[in-house]
Ligand binder design. Structure first.
Ligand code: ZN
Length: 262
């Protein structure tokens, strides 16, 4: 019995060692192979039948919402239904199952569920296969009237849906700057809105800096540059070019400045 256990332990150690070696040589391939499993486990932790929640289900979306925020659930559904097709068409993508959306009515609860710092601004987020939206009633500049018009004008739906599609295509093998640049570009393209337009870039970051240290750089400048790089790529080479890059990343290819520019 003990002999058998020793053999099993040795096999487990060998498999772990092989995995570590494989990761060193083929990090992209290992990432895209195991990512769906990691995402399924992480996603279950964001929403697991939150207390006092209702649900709207249709063919394309499942929206979980605090019971007294049914109006917000319908605002989100409306925004999803009107904009999702344009996002999917750009990437020639169709989701295999309904998109899951969770609405929070408290910013701190949402930050805690996503494991992000309490001092970061949140309106929407994509995390581990699920889209989360903060109720616009809890946004800092929420108006007293015309909540629907206010939400429609600054809806985070296009941005977050784009993150979801990019994540699915690349199987998680995408640097933060690139997915943020693409999500910001899609807002500009579909909603006609570029919130980075007034941000000055005096000393541009390199693609290497954006890739390695996105979260440590000046947030506004990093978003501005990510948007500009993506826009430049689409303007030069067309929509399909960026989609092809994402598809190759989904097969485990590592992204770099050389891959981005022909
Ligand atoms: Zn984003």
């Amino acid at each position: 019995m003990r002999y058998k256990r020793n053999i099993l332990a040795s096999i487990a150690v060998m498999l772990c060692a092989m995995l570590v070696v494989a990761f060193c040589f083929f990090p992209g391939k290992i990432k895209v192979t195991f990512y769906p499993l990691i995402k399924a486990v992480g996603g279950a932790m964001v929403y697991d039948g939150n207390e006092g929640y209702g649900s709207i289900s249709c063919n394309d979306f499942i929206i979980e919402y605090p019971e007294d925020k049914r109006d917000v659930a319908y605002m989100v559904l409306d925004s999803m239904e009107s904009d999702s097709r344009q996002v999917y068409d750009f990437f020639s993508y169709r989701p295999a199952k309904p998109v899951e959306i969770i609405i929070y009515d408290n910013a701190d609860d949402m930050r805690d569920a996503l494991h992000i710092s309490r001092n970061r601004t949140v309106q929407g987020a994509y995390y581990m296969g699920k889209i989360t939206i903060l109720s616009p009633y809890a946004w800092p500049d929420a108006p007293k009237t015309d909540m629907e018009g206010y939400f429609r004008a600054s809806s985070p739906v296009v941005h977050e849906l784009t993150h979801m599609v990019v994540d699915e295509i690349t199987r998680g093998n995408v640097p933060v700057w690139l997915t943020e640049g693409i999500a910001t570009y899609m807002e500009y393209r579909i909603m006609g809105y570029d919130w980075t337009a007034d941000i000055d870039v005096e000393e541009p970051y390199s693609i290497e800096q954006l890739t390695k240290d996105f979260d440590k750089l000046d947030e506004y400048q990093a978003y501005r540059q990510s948007f500009l790089i993506v826009k430049d790529m689409v303007d030069r080479y067309g929509d399909e070019y960026i989609v092809d890059i994402l598809n190759s990343m989904g097969y485990g290819k590592e992204i770099g400045a050389k891959l981005l520019y022909k």
